[in-house]
Ligand binder design. Structure first.
Ligand SMILES: C[S@@+](CC[C@H](N)C(=O)[O-])C[C@H]1O[C@@H](n2cnc3c(N)ncnc32)[C@H](O)[C@@H]1O
Length: 215
């Protein structure tokens, strides 16, 4: 029997969601705003765009794509970009592929643990890596575990106070730009760790941290 599905809005588009993927969250939409601002595009009516810092035709990799909401939105908002998307979950990639087909976004979906397919050369080194990886610490006492049980644990929880995967990604990333999502209570630790890997903070929006790699 197929898993029960639902439709969720993300950045003004409808995404098909099952129990195999994280339900897209409104806080993640600010990640899209940050990429658009790095690309010199306006994301708020009446607000002047920032100066473009990404290349004119950037290569972007969305790590931990889940439903594909980030990668698909970026491919449609930035048609000049080449967007790749990866996940460790085959089931999630199937849903992402279905969403990409429904919404007409041309994206190669790749099964991979973090950046292993970049290391192996299967995916070119991107100009920008985006990662909304699992960052929930199972011991946080404010969690509604019953509500969260409707989503896959692999999409939510990580060891080392929720930061194990984010730190592993930072250990291996070499792209010039990197945008991460984490709980605001984790931000200082992420910023400090990123600094040891030559990534300096460029911008913060809600849950989202944007970094540039220094020489
Ligand atoms: C928090 S969800 C984010 C999903 C989607 N990007 C979004 O923003 O709604 C994290 C995703 O990371 C994937 N993931 C977990 N561990 C991973 C790993 N080691 N390598 C790659 N992806 C991983 C999960 O399968 C899940 O789809």
């Amino acid at each position: 029997m197929n898993a029960p599905s639902q439709i969720k809005d993300f950045y003004g588009r409808n995404f098909y969601i099952t129990k195999d993927v994280l339900i897209p969250r409104p806080e993640t939409e600010q990640l899209i705003d940050m990429v658009l601002s790095f690309a010199g595009k306006s994301y708020l009516p009446g607000v002047k765009p920032s100066e473009r810092i990404l290349p004119e035709r950037p290569v972007i990799l969305d790590v931990g794509t889940g439903s594909g909401c980030i990668a698909i939105t970026l491919a449609l908002e930035l048609p000049e970009a080449t967007v790749y998307a990866s996940d460790i979950s085959k089931k999630a990639l199937k849903i992402a592929q279905k969403n990409a087909q429904n919404l007409g976004a041309p994206i190669p979906f790749i099964i991979s643990h973090l950046l292993e397919k970049v290391k192996s050369g299967t995916v070119p080194t991107p100009d920008l890596i985006i990662a909304n990886l699992p960052y929930v610490d199972e011991t946080w006492d404010w969690l509604d575990k019953k509500a969260l049980s409707k989503e896959p644990s692999i999409a939510l929880y990580a060891k080392d106070h929720g930061l194990a995967l984010i730190k592993e990604l930072l250990d291996t990333a070499t792209s010039k730009f990197l945008i991460l999502e984490a709980d605001p209570c984790q931000h200082q630790e992420v910023i400090n760790y990123a600094k040891t890997k030559r990534y300096s903070l460029l911008d913060t929006k809600g849950y989202i941290l944007g970094f540039i790699r220094t020489a």
